[in-house]
Write a new protein. Structure first.
Length: 135
């Protein structure tokens, strides 16, 4: 599947936001499925899905998954399945965080997708962010 330029930009926003938020910890290790990243710096699959961004705290607990969805992909059933798998994974990790990056027009749909996935799983304690005001 080819990746759109919009998706690439959204992943870049995720990487920047996560670095701004967590790099000051000094122990944050970030992996991204992005054209500019080395193959060795790409995230591993979670279930049948590859997150766009995966970050961990090396000396203190933190697990972050970042996912970028375009206007087209946010409504695809694959996106809902993927978000559900990431939530299932994060439920068993320390200090879990899920970050979604979407274009501004897709923010309500992305929030609804995450909210429904969390509700179906009993609302696990996962901190969630939806990056707004993106292209």
């Amino acid at each position: 599947m080819s990746v759109s330029r919009q998706h690439e930009r959204l992943v870049e926003h995720l990487v920047q936001w996560l670095n701004d938020r967590y790099a000051g910890r000094g122990d944050f290790c970030l992996y991204a499925d992005h054209i500019d990243m080395l193959k060795a710096a790409k995230p591993l699959s979670i279930g049948d899905y590859l997150p766009d961004v995966y970050g961990v705290g090396l000396s203190s607990p933190l697990t972050v998954i970042g996912e970028a969805e375009t206007n087209r992909s946010i409504d695809d059933p694959h996106a809902a399945d993927q978000i559900g798998a990431f939530i299932d994974f994060l439920t068993h990790r320390p200090c879990p965080v899920l970050v979604i990056a979407v274009p501004w027009a897709a923010v309500p749909r992305a929030r609804g997708l995450v909210r429904n996935a969390l509700r179906r799983r009993g609302n696990p304690a996962i901190e969630t962010f939806c990056l707004e005001r993106l292209e």
